[in-house]
Design a protein around this ligand. Structure first.
Ligand code: PGA
Length: 234
C-alpha cells in the first residue's frame, strides 16, 4: 500500500502571523509527526523549517534555470535548501499569474532535472463543475504531463470551488475523480486531494482507496488542527 502524504500549503501566510509564531508552531510537532508531513511555506521560511526537522516543499518555481529573472527562485535553489517537492499549477497561480500548459511543462522539466518532485495541481472551476465539464477540464490540464510518463510526479486534485470556501467535494465525487485520474495516469501515481480539508473531514477523505494524501491550506496553519489531521493516517 502507498504511504499517504499530507502537505501543508501555507500560501502567503505564517502560523500566528510572524516568525515567532512559526517557531511556536514547530515546537508542537514530535519527530514522528514531522516524518508524516511536508510543509510548503513561503520561500524565506524553507530553510528554517528544514533545520527544525520538517520535510519541505516550494509553493512554486521558476520556469528558467538561472539568470536575470528578478523575484524568481530556481529548481536548483529549492534542491539546495532541501526541498524535496514543489507545488506547481496551483489554481491561484493559474488565475493570478495566467499559468498554463507551456510554462508548467517547463517548470516540470526544471524540477525533475534537480530531483525535486512536482506536485501538479488540477481542478475545475465552479461553472465547469455545475456544467458537468470536470472530466474535460481535467483532461485538458493533464496534457501538460504528456511527455513525462513514468516520471515521479504527484497530482493534487483541487476543485477550485472547494479551495478556501469550506465547501469540500463529497467523498463520492472525490472517489470518482480520483478513480478517473488513476485510470488516466496509472495506479502508481500519487493523487492527493485538496480543497477545504480540515480535522473533521480528513479521516473520511483519507479512507478512500484512490486518495494517496491531502493538500491542506487554511487548516495547516494551526498546529493543533494539523496534528488531528495527521492522526487520521492511522
Ligand atoms: P484550503 O486550501 O485547504 O484552504 O481550501 C487548499 C489549497 O489551496 O491548497
Amino acid at each position: 500500500m502507498m504511504v499517504k502524504t499530507i502537505i501543508a500549503n501555507w500560501k502567503m501566510n505564517l502560523p500566528h502571523g510572524d516568525v515567532l509564531g512559526v517557531d511556536r508552531y514547530c515546537q508542537k510537532f514530535d519527530a514522528a509527526q514531522k516524518a508524516k508531513m511536508i510543509i510548503a511555506p513561503p520561500f524565506p521560511f524553507i530553510s528554517m523549517l528544514q533545520t527544525r526537522g520538517f520535510q519541505v516543499a516550494g509553493q512554486d518555481v521558476s520556469a528558467n534555470s538561472n539568470g536575470a529573472f528578478t523575484g524568481e527562485v530556481s529548481a536548483e535553489m529549492l534542491a539546495q535548501v532541501g526541498a524535496g517537492y514543489c507545488i506547481i499549477g496551483h489554481s491561484e497561480r493559474r488565475q493570478y499569474h495566467h499559468e498554463g500548459h507551456g510554462i508548467l511543462t517547463k517548470k516540470i522539466i526544471e524540477l525533475l532535472n534537480h530531483q525535486v518532485i512536482p506536485i501538479f495541481c488540477v481542478g475545475e472551476q465552479k461553472d465547469d463543475h455545475l456544467a458537468k465539464k470536470t472530466y474535460d477540464v481535467l483532461s485538458a490540464q493533464l496534457t501538460a504531463l504528456n511527455g513525462f510518463k513514468g516520471r515521479k510526479i504527484f497530482i493534487a486534485y483541487e476543485p477550485v470551488w472547494a479551495i478556501g470556501t469550506g465547501e469540500n467535494a463529497t467523498t463520492d465525487t472525490i472517489k470518482k475523480i480520483h478513480h478517473f485520474l488513476k485510470t488516466r495516469l496509472g495506479k502508481r501515481v500519487n493523487i492527493l486531494y485538496g480543497g477545504s480539508v480540515n480535522q473533521t473531514n480528513a479521516k473520511d477523505i483519507l479512507s478512500l482507496k484512490d486518495v494517496d494524501g491531502l493538500l491542506v491550506g487554511a487548516a495547516s496553519l494551526k498546529a493543533e488542527d494539523m496534528i488531528k489531521i495527521l492522526s487520521c493516517l492511522h
